[in-house]
Design a binder for this molecule. Structure first.
Ligand SMILES: [Zn+2]
Length: 364
């Protein structure tokens, strides 16, 4: 390895012995830096504030009611969360932002951030105005990498989806969206029923213009973004028919799992075996400290190993290479290969490849 962390060569024990190089020995497994493809740094001050297992509809209302706070405290919480992610072996983050407040932290961070500026607006008549607003935030993030993205199927109108897709196409970038986090989302699209009706009422939104599509959420909105490279986040209630529809509609999709946030909010987990069997590309995310006790990808891997019996090697590719590929960072991150600068983490594994601890020892 070069002093700046770039990998020079990967050698077997025998090859290293022949070269007469200095060898440092570690107990455990050395893996590439982790990629967190879904986070909301802006919500870091909300650690421990939102009640668990209330369901998404309650959760969203709690966030709206209590996300305000003292600007200095919010900033301090973001700095702290960023440092914790670094200590937990994370080298790159796809981070959702609704404001520009995280820019300073990202500029000063040792972590690579791609910011997803979230557009929200279900009334089709507001699409242009909302797009203008989020483009201003994107502009404010320059020179940091950022793209405008839809928040969720139930909070973005078709014209707004189309504007976001055009913007992403022009910028040659990728987008991210919260997808099928609860059954209420499908019920809303299929027949305009379920808990989201309460949410719109809480928000004071008149949705009389909305006609149910008679399809699941994913099958309703996915065609609006055409072939744009996208990350679908959560997928807690995505069915086999949804996944097959998605594969046929867009060949450049990544499926992000945030298991600890799913357990926190809905006390449910996606059908991970189904996603594996369908052969889709899976990445991992922590979501925010409003819905998680920590921002630690290794801990998410342990949760999936425990609840879904996913093999270590598979989890590792989700946590490293797939995330790097989605964020278009696989030239630098994701694998330990000559020429890359992936970050190196030492972790503890049992002889059966069970991850024994969520503590990461960062070697680089
Ligand atoms: Zn989220």
């Amino acid at each position: 390895m070069y002093p700046d962390g770039t990998i020079e060569k990967v050698l077997t024990e025998q090859e290293a012995a022949n070269l007469d190089v200095e060898i440092a020995k570690y107990k455990g497994a050395i893996v590439p830096g982790f990629i967190n493809t879904h986070c909301h740094l802006e919500l870091s001050h909300m650690l421990g504030q939102i009640p668990e297992k209330t369901g998404l509809v309650e959760f969203v209302q709690s966030i709206i009611k209590s996300r305000q706070g003292d600007a200095a405290e919010i900033k301090a919480a973001m700095y702290h969360a960023d440092q914790k992610m670094f200590d937990n072996g994370i080298v790159a983050v796809g981070d959702i932002s609704n404001q520009v407040s995280s820019k300073e932290i990202k500029e000063n961070s040792k972590i690579y951030y791609h910011t997803f500026i979230e557009a929200m607006g279900f009334n089709p008549e507001r699409a242009d105005a909302i797009m203008d607003y989020v483009k201003e935030i994107k502009q404010a993030f320059v020179p940091l990498p950022a793209s405008v993205v839809p928040h969720a199927p139930y909070s973005v109108s078709q014209p707004l989806f189309e504007l976001i897709r055009e913007e992403a196409e022009n910028d040659n970038t990728f987008i991210s969206i919260h997808n099928q986090e609860t059954d209420n989302e499908n019920a809303f699209f299929e027949n305009k029923t379920g808990g989201f009706l309460n949410l719109y009422q809480f928000l004071g939104l008149d949705i009389s213009f909305f006609e149910p599509t008679k399809k699941t959420s994913l099958q309703s909105w996915l065609p609006y973004i055409k072939e744009q490279k996208s990350l679908l986040v959560h997928n807690t209630v995505s069915s086999k028919a949804d996944i097959e529809f998605a594969k046929q509609t867009n060949s450049d999709l990544y499926w992000c799992l945030c298991p600890q946030a799913n357990l926190y909010i809905e006390n449910a987990l996606p059908d991970v075996d189904l996603l594996i069997n369908e052969g889709v590309k899976i990445t991992l995310g922590t979501d925010s400290l409003a819905s998680n006790h920590q921002l630690n990808i290794l801990s998410e891997m342990i949760t999936l190993q425990k609840h879904k019996q996913v093999g270590f090697e598979q989890l590792l590719s989700w946590a490293t290479l797939n995330g790097a590929e989605f964020l278009a960072l696989d030239g630098q991150f994701g694998t330990i290969e000559p020429g890359k600068k992936p970050g190196l983490n030492l972790i503890q594994l049992s002889s059966e490849f069970a991850i024994e601890s969520d503590k990461v020892h960062r070697l680089v």
